[in-house]
Design a binder for this molecule. Structure first.
Ligand code: ZN
Length: 116
């Protein structure tokens, strides 16, 4: 059986791309938290293939990924701001940036990356 691959979205803040990829991995591995994926990385790598660039991306944003939760029926995601580069927890769609006072950036919420 070949391993699953995912494609992170492009044209979004990097932290959002990392969160999208992480959510896809978490759902596929049935892990509620990113820490569960990290703890079982060797086991999960048998089923899911990540490129070196993807691993680097995930490692760069480990702090943000710690906020993600993937439970059946409820996903806690993050939204990133393309203007100020900050992010926040987002259970549902966030329209304007709340991470930085006065910022008018349009937040982008991470959704699970698609399989490729
Ligand atoms: Zn902002």
């Amino acid at each position: 059986m070949s391993r699953k691959c995912f494609t992170a979205p492009t044209g979004v803040p990097e932290v959002v791309a990392a969160a999208s990829l992480a959510l896809a991995v978490m759902q596929s591995a049935r892990a509620e938290r990113w820490a569960d994926v990290v703890a079982d990385a060797r086991e999960i790598a048998r089923d899911i293939a990540l490129t070196g660039d993807q691993v680097s991306l995930l490692n760069r944003h480990a702090g943000a990924l710690a906020l993600l939760r993937a439970r059946s029926g409820s996903t806690a995601s993050i939204a990133g701001c393309p203007e100020c580069g900050r992010f926040q927890i987002a259970a549902s769609t966030v329209k304007t940036c709340l991470a930085t006072t006065g910022c008018t950036g349009a937040m982008v919420r991470a959704v699970p990356a698609r399989a490729s």
